[in-house]
Design a protein around this ligand. Structure first.
Ligand code: WAQ
Ligand code: MG
Length: 260
């Protein structure tokens, strides 16, 4: 029998709460046993209080018991694409998205949507075939939640993969793995809204987590997270998976046989 698990979530904003039109500073989600709730809350609080997007004047942290058993997933395989500037980075990203089967026209429409939706708190869902946005959550977008990767195996994995042993990498790979493992996901495109972080990625089940060393200029606070969806008839079920299905990443060196 599994221990009881709790979903711990944080969101922080500046100049007012999100509801009142404040600037989104930081969000975060973790899973914790009862004994670890306090630790998770502290981690998320620290994340928001020392944030490059600014000092928040609104923060909400909450926890709730997760009433479903969680699934274990292996992290996506990592590939790093080193580029010399953001333009080159976007060329790489666009080619990877095409490889995943996203039509060029949809990619163009997605870049338009990105430029019109600054300051998002969650992800934008785009129908890969029509190029239309299919969530109707406005600035809030869809926040993927109920996922985590416990430090011990994450740190072992990161060291072996020559990846930075950073909370940010852990969060991004965990999210990308959860999203890519849904059969309706065709691909994800992401870069940070933190002004001091220019690395982003394209991810899919088949291509794995394709890091791209530069997708924006330093100092730029515009980020992006788009999920390209294959079938949007069941969009509510898909959103329910993203928000509610508990996922934990696990990794064992012995089972990690693929060579990049
Ligand atoms: N669910 C949905 N969307 C999210 C979530 C979430 N849990 N967390 C963040 N977002 C959206 C939101 O719109 C943010 O503005 C945007 O993504 C960027 O979030 O070195 O740090 O947490 O391999 O700033 C990727 C590269 C870093 C890491 C991504 O994103 C690496 C990053 P950030
Ligand atoms: Mg951010």
């Amino acid at each position: 029998m599994q221990d009881k698990f709790f979903s711990v979530r944080m969101r922080a904003a500046k100049d007012a709460s999100h509801e009142k039109g404040g600037k989104h500073i930081s969000g975060g989600e973790m899973l914790a046993t009862y004994e670890n709730i306090k630790k998770a809350m502290n981690t998320l609080m620290d994340k928001a209080l020392s944030h490059a997007r600014g000092a928040p004047d609104f923060m909400q942290i909450q926890f709730e018991e997760v009433d479903k058993p969680f699934h274990l997933l292996a992290p996506l395989h990592i590939k790093t694409n080193t580029v010399s500037n953001a333009d080159e980075g976007h060329e790489v990203a666009i080619n990877l998205l095409k490889k995943c089967g996203v039509p060029k026209q949809t990619i163009d429409m997605a870049y338009d949507v990105i430029s019109q939706n600054d300051g998002m708190r969650g992800a934008i869902l785009i129908d890969a075939h029509s190029g239309e946005r299919v969530d109707n959550r406005g600035k809030k977008g869809i926040r993927v939640s109920r996922m985590d990767w416990f430090d011990e195996t994450f740190e072992k994995w990161a060291t072996r993969q020559n990846m930075p042993v950073h909370f940010r990498v852990k969060e991004a790979v965990t999210l990308a793995t959860k999203v890519a493992n849904h059969p309706d996901t065709i691909a994800e495109l992401c870069w940070s809204d933190d002004p001091d972080y220019v690395t982003g990625y394209v991810a899919s089940k088949e291509l794995g987590y394709q890091r791209i060393s530069n997708l924006k200029e330093y100092g730029d606070e515009r980020g992006c997270r788009i999920f390209f969806v294959g079938r949007s008839e069941n969009i509510e079920t898909y959103i329910d998976y993203l928000e509610k299905e508990p996922i934990l990443l696990e990794w064992e060196e012995e089972n990690d046989t693929r060579i990049n």
